[in-house]
Design a protein around this ligand. Structure first.
Ligand code: DGP
Length: 115
């Protein structure tokens, strides 16, 4: 379990979000500070800090996160052009909100490797 974060408040509807997609277990909404023309965050409603703290019991939920990211990409028209999925796991690699989230990024070209 993760601690209370800003995403907990978004899940409970205490802070508004620009929702893109939702199921019983997953919520997707636009990033407040977009790094690309399409930048959507896909989060589990049951909080996990990051992939490094996931367990076998989380396997189904992790799979559903990936499929939700795919659905977001389809809804945002990125099927043809492609999209990038990013999960930052830990502060050193850029995680700032400690509730697992998949960044769905698209609508421009990306370089590799990331900085
Ligand atoms: P990361 O650095 O991987 O932990 O990404 C966290 C992202 O969360 C970052 O791109 C900005 C976004 N974010 C932070 N607070 C809010 C918020 O209140 N609303 C929305 N929509 N996004 C937020």
């Amino acid at each position: 379990m993760s601690e209370e974060t800003i995403f907990s408040k978004i899940i409970r509807g205490e802070i508004p979000c620009d929702k893109v997609y939702e199921t019983d277990e997953v919520l997707a909404f636009r990033d407040i500070n977009p790094a690309a023309p399409v930048h959507v965050l896909v989060i589990p409603k049951r909080s996990i800090v990051h992939v490094g703290q996931a367990h076998q019991d989380d396997a189904l939920l992790l799979g559903k996160l990936m499929l939700a990211a795919k659905e977001v990409a389809r809804l945002e028209g990125l099927e043809e052009s492609g999209f990038r999925l990013v999960i930052n796991n830990g502060a050193e690699v850029g995680q700032t909100v400690f509730h697992l989230h998949v960044h769905v990024l698209g609508g421009r070209a990306f370089s590799w490797p990331p900085g």
